[in-house]
Write a protein that binds this ligand. Sequence first.
Ligand SMILES: [Zn+2]
Length: 228
Amino acid sequence: MSTFELQKKHIVGTAQTLVRKGYLMATGGNLSLRIPGQDSFAITPSNYDYFKMTAEDVCVLDFELTRIEGHLKPSVESAMHGAVYEVRPDVNAIIHTHQAYVSALTLIKAPIPALFDEQARFLGRSVDIIPYAPSGTGWLKNVVAKHVRNHNNAFMMQNHGALVLGQDLERAVHNVEILEKCALAYLLAICSERGISKIPLAVREVAFAKLRRDQKRIEQGERVTSGE
Ligand SMILES: [Zn+2]
């Protein structure tokens, strides 16, 4: 049995949950999980049916993208995942999807301001647009690494999809769901052509401070279970 069996099974189970919920489609998107205490991560293979996937198919790479385990080609976005783990020690799980409403907002390059309390608490001050770069390139890796330093946990990749971060895979899945709800509400509000109200700045800052407190505790190796 692989040393990374638990992480690999967790990846497969989460990927299938995301397909059932409609956030991952066909073979699009990818997800990864940091291997605790090591400069490595488990990641879905490239272009592979999520319902055919077993733990054996999941790849384990180090931050230089050297393959530690796995017989399939790792996701083409592996460099982007590795770069996020390097610059964000509070992040232990990453989900990249082509979810519909977020994808729509990436086409009009509309960042989502702080619209809901829950959004600011778990996704950060805003959901920004990461400028376009082609999939699987060093260019995309660099532009993503630069943007995720702002401590937010959700981003929209221009003409592409969503990039969602979390302290663990469960939190990352919840963040994917919060993001899609915000994206749909924002799109509908934009279509109304009426003024869009945001939450008060002070409320946004209190919520973001709670998120940062959680992140700092995780950076120091503490487990955060608070869902407040
Ligand atoms: Zn993609």
